[in-house]
Write a protein that binds this ligand. Structure first.
Ligand SMILES: Cc1cc(NC(=O)CCC(=O)O)nc(C)c1Br
Ligand SMILES: [Fe+3]
Length: 242
């Protein structure tokens, strides 16, 4: 009996085909507990704590934030982007490889285009000062992101005391899904308008690692769209050089 129960490839395939894919196709989201197990999950947590302690996490940027609006009131997390091959990120690299394998098994069965690439991993920490993340859609305008995968790292999390629930408002469904950010929990959900979500105010340090998987065609189209940004107005009125 191996000391550390590693998820074998067949376990991963079973998880993908028997649970993740059916849930994504019916509810649009799915979470699994005990993904890595105590030892490997603990190694990921230690690496994230090390990053936090060494000041590697910075205030999350806001896309097009209105002037004067306090960032914290919208998005209170501190983040860092990692590839998982950096020194001190070996366990994070192992986690990302496992999620990649899980999603690649799912990709063939999700009935839509190819999911071949993903973002870097965003390591996030809500410092526990009551900050959260206002309700939003990850990919409201076809930027290519198809699936959001969030790995939570919080031991002994007590929602009554610590809050920090991720509330998903599945589009067109008569219910909301309250997901506790528990240690060694992986949450997967469609990144588009099907899943508006919010992080409720957190009153204890709340760690998570997020990766977004792209639909390659939608991503390529989005890149083309962003490339053809219209020239600024004034340049069109300037007299052509004689
Ligand atoms: C950078 C960024 C982070 C998030 N994070 C969450 O929604 C929090 C999920 C959780 O921690 O439970 N969402 C978007 C649309 C962007 Br962009
Ligand atoms: Fe989000």
């Amino acid at each position: 009996m191996p000391i550390i129960e590693q998820l074998s490839h067949t376990d991963l395939e079973r998880l993908a085909l028997d649970r993740v894919v059916p849930a994504l196709l019916t509810h649009g989201f799915y979470f699994v507990d005990g993904l890595l197990g105590e030892v490997a999950g603990g190694a990921v947590l230690d690496e994230v704590k090390q990053m936090h302690g060494s000041g590697a996490l910075h205030d999350g940027r806001l896309a097009g934030s209105a002037p004067g609006v306090h960032r914290r009131s919208i998005r209170g997390d501190k983040t860092a982007w990692v590839s998982g091959s950096e020194r001190g990120c070996e366990a994070i690299g192992f986690l990302l490889n496992l999620i990649d394998r899980l999603i690649s098994v799912c990709a063939g069965r999700l009935g839509n285009k190819v999911i071949r690439e993903r973002s870097q991993a965003m390591v996030a920490c809500y410092p526990g000062n009551g900050a959260g993340y206002v309700k939003h859609v990850d990919n409201p305008n076809s930027d290519g992101r198809r699936l959001t995968c969030i790995y939570y790292l919080n031991k002994n999390w007590n929602v009554k005391e610590h809050g920090g629930v991720l509330r998903i408002f599945p589009e067109g469904k008569g219910y909301v899904a309250d997901i506790k950010p528990l240690f060694d929990r992986l949450l997967v959900f469609w990144s588009d308008r099907r899943n508006p979500h919010e992080v409720q105010p957190s009153f204890s340090t709340r760690y998570a690692i997020t990766v977004w998987y792209f639909d390659s065609e939608e991503r390529a189209e989005a890149k083309r769209r962003f490339k053809t940004v219209t020239a600024p107005a004034h340049s069109r009125t300037a007299a052509p050089p004689d």
